[in-house]
Design a protein around this ligand. Structure first.
Ligand SMILES: C[S@@+](CC[C@H](N)C(=O)[O-])C[C@H]1O[C@@H](n2cnc3c(N)ncnc32)[C@H](O)[C@@H]1O
Length: 250
């Protein structure tokens, strides 16, 4: 069945705070996803994140999850960290952290990143792995994605990795919708007879697009980090229009 995306068009950090406190919404709905999109996807998503971060190799890692939300993915990440004996620090609004109610032994730092950098450093001064998953689009709307990414990268220890993942790229979406696969997707999910409307150049320019991401990688490289744009595992729910930025501190 087609999803009414307007119900999940969340303005940003403060709107997420309100959703977190709304008892009529499920965990996935509080973080802006229709249940049908994310249901059962947390395992493959966490596998994809772990492969990119090299999460199987490092023992007792220091792991930070910025914008963790309160859905199944946050719980999956917490369960994996606990099983491995990692030190996990979660960051999100007080309301979102309350809705998640993380298991004992996991540090939670409330507040809007990067305003809470000092509190994060007090919990752990450097990290081996940082996860920022499905958050970049809200930072781009509300603030400065480049400053956000640089603040996150500055929390890495040498050899550490930051994954800014699940970034909707409007240019990639337009390429997909213009392809035979995009037409088949539209016909299967929205209109069996019709064709998808491909976003205009002006619409693409207002969203995160190829130029935003290539510039972000260039800025991070100029600051001394390796930075790579990576595709998502094809099994992930929005792999046809989203990609990941991996940042490594040499
Ligand atoms: C779409 S949800 C993603 C949640 C989780 N990472 C996932 O993929 O399941 C976006 C989350 O980012 C949080 N968020 C947005 N901007 C933030 C910021 N500047 N600092 C901390 N959290 C933020 C929101 O409160 C929300 O929980």
């Amino acid at each position: 069945m087609a999803i009414d995306h307007s119900r999940f068009d969340v303005a940003g950090y403060d709107a997420f705070r309100q959703r977190a406190g709304d008892p009529s919404l499920s965990g996935e709905e509080k973080i802006g996803f229709p249940a049908s999109l994310r249901e059962g996807a947390e395992g493959p998503i966490a596998d994809d994140i772990a492969a990119k971060l090299g999460w199987s190799g490092v023992g007792e890692a220091r792991v930070l999850d910025v914008g963790c939300g309160c859905g199944a993915l946050a719980r999956e990440i917490a369960a994996r960290a606990t099983a491995r004996g990692d030190r996990l620090v979660l960051v999100d609004s007080p309301e979102m952290l309350a809705a998640l109610d993380p298991p004992q032994g996991i540090a939670a730092v409330p507040g809007r990143f990067p305003e809470n950098l000092d509190a994060i450093r007090a919990a752990c001064d450097a990290f081996d792995m940082i996860i920022v998953y499905s958050v970049a689009q809200y930072v781009h709307k509300e603030g400065n994605l480049s400053a956000f990414a640089e603040s996150a990268a500055a929390l890495l220890d040498h050899g550490g990795r930051l994954l800014i993942g699940d970034i909707p790229n409007a240019s990639m979406r337009a390429r997909f919708l213009s392809s035979p696969a995009g037409l088949a997707h539209h016909r299967a999910h929205y209109d069996p007879e019709g064709a998808p409307r491909v976003p205009t150049t002006d619409e693409i320019a207002r969203e995160i697009n190829d130029a935003t991401l290539l510039m972000l990688a260039t800025v991070l490289r100029a600051r001394g980090y390796h930075a790579y744009l990576l595709p998502q595992d094809a099994r992930l729910p929005q792999a046809n229009r989203r990609e990941d930025l991996l940042v490594v501190k040499p």
